[in-house]
Design a protein around this ligand. Structure first.
Ligand SMILES: NC(=O)c1ccc[n+]([C@@H]2O[C@H](COP(=O)([O-])OP(=O)(O)OC[C@H]3O[C@@H](n4cnc5c(N)ncnc54)[C@H](OP(=O)(O)O)[C@@H]3O)[C@@H](O)[C@H]2O)c1
Length: 340
């Protein structure tokens, strides 16, 4: 089969479109013929060797996968060949000590195992969610990481309430474009940031009430102006280090900061005083700890049109290098999808 594979980590040129052996399934696994696999920033970090979770080489990335069931392992019940499925990437691991699922031991398809940038991928049967009729493979492939992160972050970690004001950073990112929509769906007032007015105009179309171009002003000053100095209740932040100080000063008393990503660096020095005095909560968010049911929830909302998968473009898998370059150049709005 064809795959976008790399034998060494480095710049985008290490990514090759080549023939590789087809995966062989175990009795508990299912073989999926990939129809669409969307890109995440994570794919770039893994390929460049900058991820704290390094991959085993050679590696085929692709965490977000949608396709058809091609073959079913002999122990697998209730799963039929030909079913259209979207794959939850988290492979839950049972602890030998406790007998329960252990978050710290979880593995991820596309990170610890070969992923969806290939014609075929093998996955555990329990990771499958049927794609609702009316939702395309391309659309379904945008959901497992970005939309589940937005849902899990804003609700499960952030406890978002309808009357609240939310600041969503990098609204043109895959994750940010999902978070704007999820926050609006919850009834929140949404302030979105991005690095260009063009991306901000698109964020408004997704429902953002206010927008801030962080490449032309200090976002924290704008947040204070928009909120009459009160600050926001919740921040969905994929930027990390370079936004830390502005984030803390943008929060209202009892505000919560969701740390989702680190495109602006993973280190920050904290002035702890304001965090204590304003009862601020700082919360980590990892999509790979979300429940499988969240994927079914966002897929159900997507088919009803209540959430809109934002696809910048779909490209053939053979153009995987060019696709990753788009993300590297911050040139896309929403998701880029690869079709084998
Ligand atoms: N914790 C989790 O479970 C989870 C899940 C999904 C993603 N993430 C993380 O969230 C972040 C975004 O992921 P994604 O896949 O949504 O990204 P993406 O689609 O590639 O978008 C990233 C956007 O971030 C903005 N950005 C701001 N500062 C940047 C900088 N210094 N370098 C590069 N981009 C910068 C850019 O938009 P502008 O041009 O508008 O600035 C860029 O387009 C990543 O750190 C990713 O690892 C975490």
């Amino acid at each position: 089969m064809k795959a976008a594979i790399y034998n060494e980590v480095g710049s985008v040129e290490v990514l090759k479109y080549e023939d590789v052996p087809e995966p062989e399934i175990s009795p508990d696994e299912v073989l999926v013929r990939v129809k669409a696999s969307s890109l995440n920033r994570l794919d770039l970090r893994l390929r460049s060797g900058k991820s704290p979770r390094p991959v085993n080489l050679p590696h085929v990335g692709g965490v977000d996968i949608a396709g058809d069931i091609e073959k079913v392992g002999r122990n697998v019940k209730g799963v039929k060949q030909g079913t259209r499925v979207v794959v939850s990437p988290t492979v839950k691991t049972i602890s030998h000590k406790t007998g329960g699922a252990d978050l710290a031991l979880n593995k991820v398809i596309g990170v610890n195992y070969w992923g969806g940038f290939a014609e075929l991928v093998k996955v555990p049967a329990e990771n499958l969610v049927e794609i609702p009729e009316g939702l395309s493979y391309d659309e379904a492939s945008t959901l497992p990481v970005c939309y589940v992160t937005a849902w899990y972050g804003l609700f499960d970690r952030g406890g978002l309430k309808p009357s609240e004001t939310v600041l969503v950073h990098a609204a043109g990112s895959g994750t940010g474009s999902a978070a704007v929509q999820v926050a609006k769906l919850a009834g929140a007032y949404v302030i979105a940031t991005a690095g260009s007015d063009e991306k901000l105009a698109k964020a408004r179309k997704l429902g953002a009430d206010e927008t801030i171009n962080y490449s032309t002003c200090e976002f924290a000053d704008e947040v204070k102006r928009i909120t009459d100095k009160r600050g926001v209740d919740l921040i969905f932040d994929q930027i990390g280090g370079s936004a830390w100080e502005g984030n803390i000063s943008s929060l209202a008393p009892k505000g919560r900061l969701l740390l989702v990503g680190v495109v602006g660096g993973g280190a920050a020095s904290a002035n702890i005083g304001p965090i204590i005095m304003r009862d601020i909560s700082v919360l980590g968010v990892t999509v790979f700890n979300a429940e499988l049911s969240t994927l079914a929830t966002v897929a159900g909302l997507a088919v009803k049109g209540e959430l809109k998968p934002v696809i910048d473009r779909a490209m053939p898998l053979s153009e995987a290098q060019a696709a990753q370059k788009l993300l590297e150049d911050r040139a896309q709005f929403g998701k880029v999808v690869l079709n084998p």
